[in-house]
Design a binder for this molecule. Sequence first.
Ligand SMILES: [Zn+2]
Ligand SMILES: [Zn+2]
Length: 375
Amino acid sequence: MATMEIQAAVVNEEGAEPQLESLELEDEPRPDEVLVRIVSAGVCHTDLSTADNFYGGPPYPQVLGHEGAGVVEAVGAEVDKVEVGDHVAMSYDFCGECPNCLSGKIPYCENLYEHNFLGERLSDGSSPISRDGERVSGCFFAQSSWATHSIANERNVVKVDDDVPLEIVGPLGCGIQTGAGAVMNALEPESGSSLAVFGVGSVGISSVMAAANVSSCTQIVAVDLNGDRLEKAADLGATHTIHPDETEDVVDAIHDITGGGADYSIETTAVPEVLRQAVDCTTIPGECGLIGAAPAGTEVSLDMHTFHFGHKLRGIIEGDAVPELFIPTLLDLWKQDRFPFDEIITHYDFDGIHDAIHDAEEGNTIKPVLNMSSP
Ligand SMILES: [Zn+2]
Ligand SMILES: [Zn+2]
């Protein structure tokens, strides 16, 4: 198999920082694959948790990155949805054949884990990436886009307009789609309704923007321990902000602001006590959407008496979004100044990946994006 030399960020063992190294990538995509030169890729908490073996992800060494965007350099023989030179975003992969995929609920694909977290092609267990001939796990979210080049599957590639800067497109494939989709696709708040968002990192702040500019929520309460993020959330549409350390009771405060409880709430932190607050702050019969990804076995307690009064709690994966439909929608909204997601991005050169990760972990930046090359 012919290969090309690439630069990629490699996690060599559990918990290790990704190191930029020269690796080999297969340079001939298989019939259903696409070779993409990466222009940008977001840093998402799912990457960092996978490096720490939080989900039992790909064997080490591994190349992560699951919010990539770039330019198509080659396509497999059976690919007809994109061609060489097209600009693409890469999102999560799915099987396309299970009942949930067939009915359009692809974030709930029965084979979602295998398609995104095994670090291999499901057809034969191979990886397109190697180091001196030794296997390196690729195919993370069918892309492993913390690299100068990536082999993706036709399914998870989304064509985007040439006039959109690829430097900002990467994070639409996961975090930003997740936050915006939770509002626009899942909760679908009525105009004039109220929404409380717990945690305004890149996901939560995308919910805020969607609620303010697309769904016409008129009360949007942002809750976060980081004052800078609260300020940014206020700039981008939050009508009220709550810092839990400066508030006696967050749930009471939201009941006061909304006059009896929020119509909708979104939980992005994966902390059980926060999920409890996100449920308790809703009105009768309010609805809470859970986005934060907690480890298996994490439990939360609810007051069955109050919950009985019509409250709803639902989990939401990837914003209930079909990326091929939703990413172009978000880009149209961006062009119309209705979804200014570029304002939460901080750009880093690829060799600044350690700074990007550090800033993400410290909360110094909302959405770090690595830039591998120019369009
Ligand atoms: Zn499926
Ligand atoms: Zn992600």
